[in-house]
Design a binder for this molecule. Structure first.
Ligand code: G3P
Length: 266
């Protein structure tokens, strides 16, 4: 089970990697835009090199294409892979499973995933909102699929008229089968993808993405995510607990009173 950090911020990447528990990085255009906005003068081309270098060998970094036509996405995927994989051998190309919404055709994403995968470029199929999309991406050869747990919860809550903040936990008990084709939450989406992948022996890895809070991260792990990709601030919440904080205060106090210092003197 792997933990990725979902950020475009190189300082966050370095800090999270220094903890020794981060196995990779995912970015998207929104995250990169937010990061560059905080760094006036930073050039995206060099900045992404820094991101790949900061992650380092053996920690995949997902970099997303920007076009919505298959041919263009394929070309961008090649360019990105060639340029950034040479930095630390860790580039993965993120391709949306469908670009319908911008394009007339539904299958531009799947075609791009197929082509890039067939020439040996590892693809992370992104914006996965249904089990069927995950299967199509896996059949096209994607190395990873990224179901967007939080955004599926958003969709269900919007359809049910539930008011929420972005990081609010959502329980599938609050859902109804008829609002989202039987998928009752983001975690339920992950569960269903896992069941199908196991049943048919797909070896595409599932990245639980769009993870908004620590409870959702735990549920994603319980449901067998191969990888969870988590924003920096959610990683911090995953290690925190008031009782741990209270406990360490008392242990430190008592260690001093019990003269523990003696144990470490030569
Ligand atoms: O990994 C995908 C993620 O960055 C999207 O998260 O919170 O914008 O839905 P969010």
């Amino acid at each position: 089970m792997k933990v990725f950090v979902d950020t475009g911020d190189v300082e966050e990447i370095r800090e999270a990697i220094s903890w020794g528990i981060v196995d990779g990085v995912t970015t998207n255009p929104t995250l990169i835009r937010a990061t560059l906005a905080k760094r006036p003068g930073a050039k995206i081309k060099e900045y992404l090199e820094e991101v790949c270098r900061a992650a380092g060998p053996g920690r995949p970094v997902s970099l997303e294409v920007m076009s919505t036509k298959a041919e263009e996405m394929i070309e961008e995927g090649r360019v990105l892979y060639e340029r950034y994989n040479s930095i630390a051998g860790n580039a993965v190309i993120k391709v949306p499973v469908t670009t319908r919404g911008v394009e007339e055709g539904y299958f531009e994403g799947v075609r791009a995933i197929r082509e890039l995968s067939s020439i040996g470029i590892p693809v992370n199929a992104t914006l996965i909102m249904t089990p069927a999309q995950a299967v199509l991406a896996a059949k096209a050869g994607a190395k990873y699929v990224s179901p967007f747990l939080g955004r599926v919860d958003d969709y269900i809550r919007e359809r049910l008229g539930i008011k929420f903040s972005k990081d609010d936990y959502f329980s599938e008990e609050m859902a109804r089968d008829d609002v989202n084709d039987g998928v009752r939450s983001g975690v339920d989406l992950l569960r269903k993808i896992r069941v199908i992948f196991r049943a048919y022996g797909f070896n595409t890895e599932i990245i639980a993405a769009s993870v908004r809070n620590a409870r959702q991260a735990t549920e994603a792990m319980l449901e067998g995510a191969d990888i969870i990709t988590v924003p920096f601030e959610v990683l911090v919440k995953m290690v925190a607990h008031p009782k741990s904080e209270e406990g360490i205060k008392k242990f430190v106090e008592d260690a001093v009173k019990a003269n523990y210092g003696e144990l470490f003197r030569q």
